[in-house]
Write a protein that binds this ligand. Structure first.
Ligand SMILES: Nc1ncnc2c1ncn2[C@@H]1O[C@H](COP(=O)(O)OP(=O)(O)O)[C@@H](O)[C@H]1O
Ligand SMILES: [Mg+2]
Length: 340
């Protein structure tokens, strides 16, 4: 049987460069080599596309000079499908997806539209609210698109929000630029921090003592979408910060989350609805915050969640009966089956 030729894209000009390299490692190690051949394509921090033999190994050993510039004209004939495992802006926001679509290369994961709208917390939240999916109350700050009158109205509305608040850059990830604000006096500092990552900001009421729940989803259409069992994240810090996610090693996981059957069914139902409303295809991880009364708030959809061997996305599938290897095979087939 002819092997399917998969190009794994990783790295990229993004604060999540290193996370992307770890995710690529998870995929490269776990992909079924009897069915797929892998071409590794590294995008360095300057945005250069590099390739060669054992790319990830070369980078890890500081031997980037062994790599060569990617030849796009050749690439089109050398691969059957792309697996962009790039997080954050430029990778998860539809840019690379548009690039692959233009080249006529099928790819794993969400389309341009779903990628862009899920990465932008302002557009995403508005879309969910219109569809009556519960979100904590939020306000958007966008100096470039809001008039002086709107800004005056917004500053009054902010005062009506209930503390504590979360201040987030609209289009980032891995908790970068996010602060929890307990006093209005600290709000300005938090806004300035978020502005280091995006001029668009979201200010959102905190779901206090939240139970953080995540589910993994894959599928292209309402008929074939599947949702995993839920997992619970118990952050080591006050919330799930960048250090808590990747450095401190204090986060605990409850797999599957200990919730009633009814609650689990509700979470899976909302996850599927939100996934389809957001036009997702391929895969996504859908994240929730449950308040102390277990009311289910949707937090966000990650169209390119972490893919390291210890990441939630593959782990949730594992507890739902699908190995990492089987999962990758499924995702590649979904990419090849997708019509648009
Ligand atoms: N409204 C909220 N209430 C409680 N915790 C929140 C809220 N928003 C975010 N958090 C905390 O901050 C973390 C990161 O926020 P999130 O919106 O998921 O951003 P990112 O896209 O960077 O992961 C969440 O995992 C959660 O711990
Ligand atoms: Mg998150």
């Amino acid at each position: 049987m002819q092997k399917i030729r998969v190009a794994v894209f990783f790295g990229n000009v993004s604060p999540e460069h290193e996370v992307s390299c770890s995710s690529a490692e998870g995929i490269i190690q776990n992909i079924n080599r009897s069915r797929f051949s892998v071409k590794e394509i590294y995008i360095d921090k300057k945005g250069r596309f590099l390739t060669g033999r054992n790319v990830l190994k070369s980078i890890n050993c500081g031997e980037k000079n062994k790599l060569s510039q990617l030849n796009l004209n050749k690439l089109i004939h050398e691969i059957d499908v792309a697996f962009p495992v790039l997080h954050g802006q430029g990778g998860e926001d539809g840019a690379i997806q548009g690039f692959l679509q233009t080249l006529g290369i099928p790819f794993v994961g969400a389309s341009v539209l779903a990628s862009a709208l899920c990465l932008d917390k302002t557009i995403f939240n508005q879309l969910m609210v219109v569809n009556k999916i519960f979100k904590p109350k939020f306000i958007i700050l966008d100096n470039e698109r809001q008039t002086a009158d709107e800004r005056i109205w917004i500053s009054k509305e902010i005062k009506k929000l209930q503390l504590p608040l979360f201040v987030k850059p609209a289009r980032a990830g891995s908790s970068v630029g996010i602060s929890k604000v307990k006093h209005f006096i600290d709000l300005k500092k938090a806004i300035l921090k978020a502005k280091n990552y995006d001029q668009k900001i979201i200010i959102e009421e905190s779901v206090e003592d939240a139970i953080e729940i995540e589910v993994s989803v894959f599928g292209n259409t309402a008929r074939d979408v599947k949702v995993s069992l839920p997992g619970r994240i118990i952050p080591g810090a006050e919330f799930y910060t960048y250090n808590d996610k990747y450095k401190d090693n204090k986060t605990r996981f409850e797999l599957p989350a200990r919730l009633s059957k009814r609650k689990i069914a509700e979470i899976r139902r909302v996850a599927k609805r939100a996934y389809l409303i957001a036009n997702c295809q391929g895969l996504a991880r859908v994240d929730f915050l449950l308040n102390k009364d277990k009311k289910v708030y949707l937090n966000e959809i990650n169209t390119l969640p972490g893919f390291t061997s210890i990441s939630m996305y593959p782990k949730l599938w594992r507890i739902s009966g699908l190995s990492f290897r089987q999962l990758l095979t499924k995702l590649i087939h979904l990419a090849l089956k997708r019509k648009t």
